[in-house]
Structures are given as C-alpha cells and as structure tokens.
Ligand binder design. Sequence first.
Ligand SMILES: Nc1nc2c(ncn2[C@@H]2O[C@H](COP(=O)(O)OP(=O)(O)OP(=O)(O)O)[C@@H](O)[C@H]2O)c(=O)[nH]1
Ligand SMILES: [Mg+2]
Length: 526
Amino acid sequence: MQGPLSLSVGGLCTALLPQVSPRTAGGLREVLRRLDTPLQLAVAGRIKAGKSTLVNALIGRRVAPTDVGECTRLVTRFQYGTVDRIEVVMRDGGRNTIPFAADGGIPADLGIPLEQVSHLEAYLTSALLSDVTVIDTPGLGSMDSASVSRTEALLGAARSEDTPDPEADPDTGPGDLDQVSEFAVAGAEAVVYVFTQSIRADDTKVLAAFTAATASRDAGPVNALAVLNKADTVQPDSVDGSGGDIWHAAELLAASQAAVLRPRVADVLPMNGLLAETAETGAFTAADAEALRALAGVDPALFGAMMMAADLFTSLEAPVDSPARVRLLQLLDLYGINAAVQILRAEPAVSAGELRRRLLASSGLGEFRRRLGEVFRLRADGIKASAALASLGALAAATGDPHERQRIHDGIEMLLQRPEAHQLRLLEALTLVSGGAVAMDPELTAEILRLGGSTRPDEQLGLPGRAAAELQAAALERAGWWRSFASFGATPGQSRVAHVVHRAYFLLWQELKGQVPPGPPGLASR
Ligand SMILES: Nc1nc2c(ncn2[C@@H]2O[C@H](COP(=O)(O)OP(=O)(O)OP(=O)(O)O)[C@@H](O)[C@H]2O)c(=O)[nH]1
Ligand SMILES: [Mg+2]
C-alpha cells in the first residue's frame, strides 16, 4: 500500500510519461515500479562488521550466510513471500530457484560461477518483511573488488565509466548523477550502516554518496541509521567515563560517533549482533543453558581465567566438554558467556527461556528495532517519495533535451508546492530534531514525532477519535503556538523547525476545515 506522498510522486511520473523521450520514460517506469515496493533497507558496512549476523537477528532466522562461503560476497535481498524460497538472479536476467541448506539458511556456495550471478533474492514468510525489504550487502573494503563494486553500485557510490556526466561537479567527480540512476535501478532507499569501534574515512565517503543519491534537496538527508556492532569487543579502558563497563563504553563510543555523523545518520546504536542473532533465531537451546549453568558453578577464580581469552576458555579444566564450549563461543563469544554466567550466579533458578530473553534484552536489538520503526517505518512513505524525487532529478539531469529537463523540474516544483508535500519538509524537521542536530525539549520533539508519524489528523494531534471541531481548534492553537515559538525565544535551528511545524499545523487545520481535500492524487489532473 502506497502512502499519500508516494502516490503524489507516482502521479507526477504518470503525468510525465507521455511527454518524455523513450529513455526517460523507461526511467520513470522504473521509479513507478519502485514506489510500489516495500521500503528497501540496505545493511552495509565494512567486511566482517557483522552485517549478515544483524540481518539474521532482524528477521529472526539464521538465513543469511555469515563468516565464510562465497555467498557472503553477493547482495541478497530478503523480501516477503508466501512460500520460503531462494532465487539466484543471473546477470543475463535468468532466475534459478535453489534449495535452502540443511540448516535452513542460504547455502554457503551456489555451484554457479559467481561472475554470472547478479544477486540473490530470498523470499521468506517472516512478518517483519511485510513492510520492509532487507538487503544484505558484501563488505566494503574487502580484497574482492567485484563484491565491493556490487555493494557500491547498490549504495550509489559507484562511478559509471561509460556515461560521463557533462555537468558533474568537479568536487565530487564525474558520474555522480549516473550514480543516482544506477542507484535507482539497483538501490536502496534507506541504509543501516554497520561498523565496529570507529568510523573510518572510507565509511563516511560511502555514507555521503548514499545520502547524496537518495535525499532530494527538499526531503531531508537522514535515511540512515548506524550501528556500532561488536559492542562486546570495545575496550572499556579506551573510553573515558566507562567505569570499566563494556556496554557503557560502547554506548559512550556510539554517542560520540553520533555527534560526528549527524545529520548524515539519525543515530548510532550500540549492538551485540551475535548475541541478538543467537537469542532471536532459536539457536540458543536448553542444552546451551545447562552448559552455562555448569560454568556458573565453577570456582570464580578459574572462571575468571577462562574469560581472559578464547583458547583459555576452551582449554582450562572445567565440567563442560570441549565441543559444548566451542559452541558457546560461537553462539555468544566470551562476553555473552560471561553475561549469562553472571545472570545464573545471581539467580540460579532462571529457566533457559528466561536466560535467552535476558541475553536478548542486553544485546541492543530491542532499541535498534524501536529506532528502525521511528526512523524508517513511520517515515517510509516520505523516504520512498524523496528517493523517487531524487531519481526524477537524476533523470532530468541525464536527459539531453533541455525542454524535457525543464518539464521534469517544473513538475517537481509544483509537487513540492502542494500541501501534502509539506509532509516531506516536516519529515526533514523531525529528522533534525530526533537526531539531535537541532536541540528541542523532549515534549516538543515528541509532538513533532507524533505530527510527522501519522497521516490521521486525530493521531497527529494526539487526540484519537475526537470530534472534528475539537481537532480543528487544537490544530489552530498549535499552529499559533509554533508560530510564536519560531519568532520568540528560539535558536535559528529551532526557528527553522518551528516554521515547518507551524505550517504543518496550519495545513492540517485547513484540511480539517475542508478547504483542502486531503491526500493525493498527483499532478495528472492539473
Ligand atoms: N563478538 C562478536 N562477534 C560478532 C558480532 N556480530 C558478528 N560477529 C561475528 O563476526 C563474524 C562476521 O560476521 P558476519 O555477519 O558474517 O559479517 P559480515 O559483515 O556479514 O561479513 P561480510 O559479509 O563477509 O563482509 C562472524 O563470525 C560473527 O559471528 C558481535 O556483535 N560480537
Ligand atoms: Mg555478510
């Protein structure tokens, strides 16, 4: 189901179709097709950052190959399907359905030469995928340049050699706008950027290219969330104020990275992806809990020594056999093992199920899901619409016909004048505020979130189910309040946001009075 903004942009594309060259029309049809799909969310980052592990945790199933195997070098799209199946999409467009591996995941190797493979499509009955398609990508910065270019193309960072762009900005180099079109074909609309320890220069470069490719000038930059993964490997001594606590150190590190990356990303969240995957996918069994229970009974000094390194953990004398210990390491790593043993020491009677829940709660997955909902789900319509507008802008730039270019630009301009397109500006304001780029009182932030997070006036106003007259009065009152907040007692950033919020309430008031018919369609009727 398309939201009102997507419908508006779709209406614009449809209206433009008969007025443009066949090449541009092809691009418009691609934009239309993409508007009709769930939000395309890519999980990207450096090699072995834990992307696939996080994808598994997110969809609640160990299906993306982690660690080794050639399939970690392919883009895999996880989307909703009524029957679980994996399709290999070939470069020549052909598709082969392949069986799942014995463990229920994508096989580590395909038995097809990788050069012939474009990407994988996994269709899963997971409810989570009904409104978002999750795209697992090969690591950037790997030795394997082919998989890097696959990911870069997806993220809009690749250069298209054969179609140089005459209007290229010398600072960003040629082909930037072709990146956008390339992105439009292959690409993602939102990204979760996974990194460990700290962001490096090439990480920021890719993020910048991605936001440039997807965020249209009027739609706001933030369609990215970053994850500081492997939080369990952060050295607490390296972070001031951590008090020796690993998770707290990771939180502080994430917060300092967020300050650097905003507003390019909405937030940076600490995560123990391995723990999340193990606890969320059913990999953690009663036997694992019993092995941990036995370890909880080990002399604390000996256990302390076992926690110093993986080889000590597997080799020191303890009442758990070696294969079980190796398995625990794979499932939880030392940090998770230690966390579980602490829980079991404090409360020996904790059941296996409860232990799994506690580990999950300490993994960071819950907060990540919540932020995904806030940053992406609630705004999916706006994100999709702005990505589509960015693609339209790219099509305009790519055409050789100045009249055609003008027609597209005029269409975009007119669309942005429409009351419902104001939602795009509101989403941008929301992003600035929720990402901390503009400081705002928590109640005001919550109010903007509510206003931008729904398209139902009663929900937007926080007055569910109330009568129209009351809603009208509330919209007018809030419009007035935000207008004076914009003029008095606000920082320049707050003032900009306040103007946008004021106008959003004003438009809502008009809509409630019936002056403006709510919702789409696009410009076709004009
Ligand atoms: N300690 C720890 N290990 C993790 C965590 N997340 C993932 N790993 C491990 O890191 C290794 C790489 O994980 P993957 O999920 O395959 O990483 P990836 O980013 O998908 O790797 P490529 O696709 O090959 O670039 C695996 O052995 C995971 O078990 C974590 O939070 N903590
Ligand atoms: Mg991977």
